[in-house]
Design a protein around this ligand. Structure first.
Ligand SMILES: C[S@@+](CC[C@H](N)C(=O)[O-])C[C@H]1O[C@@H](n2cnc3c(N)ncnc32)[C@H](O)[C@@H]1O
Length: 226
């Protein structure tokens, strides 16, 4: 089985999609993640990558996004957030396996792939950028949104097919609605769901990644037989 390292794994939104695509997944996070659906190691992602990255067939990283998120850029003026993207990117480049970095709109990632919940019929919009190295993936065309994100804005309620899966404020949907909208039924931790990417994104990426790794294996077999 191909081994995938899921750095900054949270409760495993990304990790679950790779599992569904057939990978044996190991997640690393600095905080305890009791709901993580695969093997979990608590620790600093950068240190773990430096020491163990070479043990994996592919590596995914979702560095914390507070430094670049439009939501926190506006609301947390004055607070300094550490941007872990440059260190993650520099270390990943030392590994000769396919890599994926994921982050929010507004981050300085290369947009090799941009995914949106509507592409998968989900109840969240959640646009995310993906920077791929050592391989490539076919993109999906963006789909027009079916409506607005439901919730209160300036005291007025707006209906819509999407939930605002972030923050703690009222009118943003129950935990069950968030689980359903994101496709994450295995955790009822609101903060973890809010920080995650829907597994559908990495199921899509992981399927292509598995095909890529299988093709490399086939080429190597043909080469050694020649
Ligand atoms: C955006 S969330 C990841 C969400 C995850 N990809 C998902 O789809 O569920 C970022 C995570 O990075 C973790 N984190 C922050 N600094 C870290 C560090 N130095 N090493 C490992 N994890 C860290 C946080 O605890 C948080 O769970």
């Amino acid at each position: 089985m191909k081994k995938l390292l899921d750095l900054f794994c949270g409760a495993g939104g990304a990790g679950k999609g790779y599992m569904d695509a057939g990978f044996e997944v190991t997640g690393v996070d600095i905080n305890p993640q009791p709901d993580y659906p695969a093997t979990f190691i608590q620790g600093d992602a950068i240190s773990y990558l430096a020491a163990h990255g070479h043990e994996y067939d592919a590596i995914h990283a979702s560095p914390p996004c507070q430094a670049s998120s439009a939501l926190t850029k506006g609301t947390n003026k004055g607070k300094e957030y550490l941007n872990l993207i440059p260190a993650t990117r520099a270390l990943l480049k030392l590994h000769d396996v396919p890599t994926i970095i994921e982050n929010v709109q507004g981050s300085d990632l290369r947009r090799d792939l941009t995914l949106c919940g509507e592409m998968f019929g989900l109840g969240v919009l959640r646009h995310r950028y993906f920077e791929l190295d050592g391989w490539g993936a076919l993109p999906l065309a963006h789909k027009p949104h079916r409506g607005r994100v439901a919730g209160y804005r300036h005291g007025e309620w707006f209906d819509g097919p999407y939930f605002a899966v972030y923050g703690e404020g009222g009118g943003k949907g129950s935990i069950a609605q968030w689980q359903e909208a994101m496709g994450m039924p295995w955790t009822n931790n609101r903060k973890s769901i809010a920080e995650a990417i829907p597994p559908a994104y990495t199921r899509f990426i992981g399927g292509q990644l598995m095909n890529h790794l299988d093709s490399i294996d086939m080429i190597n077999e043909l080469r050694s037989a020649a």
